[in-house]
Ligand binder design. Structure first.
Ligand code: SIN
Length: 385
């Protein structure tokens, strides 16, 4: 009797032990699902999350392009003078194990550059990957890691050419990954939280750093080194991201993504559009050089309300007569350039860039010129997108 009681107790203890240990063993062993996922992926894709996808979590793909968020410095206090675009996407994801709690994350290295080296070809490659990835039914959103220097340009370009309502969030950092208080890991965590959130669906391309969420069309880098560098002059942030959840307070009213006529492929030929800066004692030399170099459009980053000096004006009028589109923007950093305000836009057949900064005006004019060179139609695009 005593023996059989002891045997029963032993059996009970063994059962409890199995119940507790088996799930742990199962977690350690590579699951069949994740192995199958590895086989099905394109060779260029990097599977960065080792464990099996958790069904109830959103699936977010991180497309990495380099920048300071992937940068490394010589010491932990090297916050300038570091090397951007050194760490691969796998390292960025591994550095934030908390990502596994909020999304099933996979990563792909699309580019590995400092963002001042972004080219039209780079934009087209990235846009293609975003569209291909978002077309997969099992993907809920995309995060793009990017250098902050031209993040606003890439964000606005993608805002115009992404053909999906799913969230696209572009994220960077101001400090390299090796720095004391590096901001990249939390920025990445926040970006994945936004990209996996139903609240971000249909909002156009978003930029998130420093717990802030901005619209691609509105945001601009405003400080060379501060963590609080991204500003949306006059208009404000769309919202904030806190504790793994985005909070939106408004949306951008301009059309974007699926509501634009712009479609691109990696082989799209984007026309040359150059930016000419306005300043005192402006000479027409650079504008004429751009036209001679084959520019199809000139964005003029004018003083004040996009004003053009008399020295430059005649060169701009002559360029327009040769078929070059002249778009008046402003170097001021905020506010609208008013049509027929400081210039005779109707008479000279110029267009105005509304409140787009010159670098974003360049992107819209390039895309607009893939569809039309009619100045009325182009002007309408600047009031619409
Ligand atoms: C870059 O834009 O690639 C370098 C600077 C940065 O990411 O902050």
């Amino acid at each position: 009797m005593r023996k059989s009681r002891a045997a029963l107790a032993l059996l009970f203890a063994l059962t409890i032990a199995m119940v507790m240990i088996l799930p742990a063993i199962a977690q350690l062993a590579p699951s069949k699902r994740s192995a199958a996922a590895v086989v099905q992926r394109q060779p260029s894709e990097t599977i960065a999350q080792a464990s099996a996808p958790t069904a109830k979590l959103p699936s977010v793909v991180i497309l990495a392009t380099g920048g300071t968020i992937a940068g490394t410095g010589a010491t932990s206090t090297t916050t300038v003078g570091y090397q951007a675009a050194k760490l691969p996407v796998t390292a960025l994801i591994t550095a934030v194990p908390e990502l596994k709690k909020i999304a099933n994350v996979t990563g792909e290295q699309v580019l590995q550059i400092a963002s001042e080296n972004m080219t039209n070809e780079g934009l087209l490659t990235l846009a293609d990957r975003v569209n291909v990835v978002l077309a997969k039914p099992d993907v809920d959103g995309v995060v793009i890691t990017h250098g902050t220097d031209t993040i606003e340009e890439t964000a606005y370009f993608l805002n115009l050419v992404t053909k999906s309502q799913k969230p696209v969030v572009i994220v960077g950092s101001m400090r390299p990954a090796t720095a004391l208080s590096a901001d990249g890991p939390l920025n990445l965590y926040n970006a994945v939280a936004i990209a996996g959130s139903p609240a971000a669906v249909g909002k156009g391309v978003l930029v998130s750093l420093n717990d802030q969420i901005s619209a691609a069309r509105e945001v601009a880098k405003a400080n060379t080194t501060s963590l609080n560098t991204f500003q949306t002059p006059d208009l404000g942030y769309l919202g904030y991201v806190e504790l793994g959840k985005p909070y939106f307070y408004r949306t951008s009213t301009r059309k974007h993504t699926t509501a634009t006529p712009f479609t691109v492929t990696p082989s799209t030929k984007l026309p040359q559009v150059d930016i000419i800066y306005g300043y005192g004692n402006n000479s027409p030399v650079l504008l004429n050089a751009a036209v001679a170099d084959g520019a199809k459009g000139i964005v003029y980053a004018g003083v004040g309300n996009g004003s053009i000096s008399v020295q430059l004006e005649s060169a701009a009028i002559a360029a327009r007569k040769k078929g070059v589109i002249i778009a008046r923007s402003a170097r001021a950093g905020s506010g609208r350039v008013v049509r027929n305000g400081e210039e005779k836009d109707d008479e000279n057949d110029f267009i105005v860039a509304d409140n787009l900064n010159p670098q974003k005006a360049r992107l819209l004019l390039m895309l607009g010129l893939t569809i039309t060179s009619d100045t009325k139609a182009l002007q309408e695009m600047f009031y619409t997108y």
